[in-house]
Design a protein around this ligand. Sequence first.
Ligand SMILES: Nc1ncnc2c1ncn2[C@@H]1O[C@H](COP(=O)(O)OP(=O)(O)OP(=O)(O)O)[C@@H](O)[C@H]1O
Length: 290
Amino acid sequence: MKAIEQRIDRLDKVDKPYQQKAIKITLPESSQMKQGNTVIRANKLSAQVGKRTLFSDVTFSLKSGGKIALIGKNASGKTTFLRQIMHANEAITRGDKVKIGYFDQQLKQVDLTKTLWENIKEVSIHDDQMNRDCLGSLQFVPDDLPKSTTVLSGGERVKLALAMILLSDANVLILDEPTNYLDINAMKALEELIAGYSGTVLFVSHDRTFVRRVATHILALENEEITLFEGSYADWENSKKASISRGEEDNLLIEMEMSAIAAKLMEPRLTASEKAELEQRYQEIVAKRK
Ligand SMILES: Nc1ncnc2c1ncn2[C@@H]1O[C@H](COP(=O)(O)OP(=O)(O)OP(=O)(O)O)[C@@H](O)[C@H]1O
């Protein structure tokens, strides 16, 4: 009996994830920006690679608190645009209090000589309860905390890097494809964390469900232009339907589905049959493109 109790006790300690609850990550007043204040302004921003223009004369203002999805075809220049915003140049003005946090697949912020918990403690401006709640919502269990980050899977490192950026003192998060390598539960958790986050988030994701659920604004990179749309992805799709011809709309949706499949094909845990199915679907879509 004692042995069973001990096992139950251990199971409780080891395997039970932290209690999952809706989390609101609120920045301290010192780094909060007033709702509606301009966070980033671009004035005639342009980018070229070699002789090719990716976009030119882009002008817009992003307001505090928005969750802005940058959408566009593969290789249209989304990462280039995000990097410009991060590094700033003469065409970009940032609000006084803006502190940018940048996430991409390189996961440079994760220190591989440290444990998961040490990485969090290094950057978090929140108390340990919030740190644990955030990690718990991303399905980490208490036993993961002292683990060396070298033993974490690719998906776990992505989740750690996202937790680090969300808990840091940055108030404008730039997330380049945060949903790659995330399973469906982690993706849902990230949706909720971003929704409950008080700062501004500018992100690229090939997952349309994620974009549909998270975005309050859309920055659309098309035909070498970037346009800010004040509304959700569903609103944007509807406005597109109203303004473009059926053929153009079909091609745009096909291109976006192709991007989504290409991103899924990068998932390392795909089985051979899932991969074959996705490849077949990709070929079917390519054939539909006019
Ligand atoms: N340093 C560079 N030198 C040469 N070409 C580059 C460089 N950086 C980007 N490019 C090219 O510029 C184009 C836009 O790249 P970018 O990564 O910004 O696109 P993207 O929209 O983020 O693409 P994806 O959706 O595939 O991630 C691509 O054709 C890319 O090959």
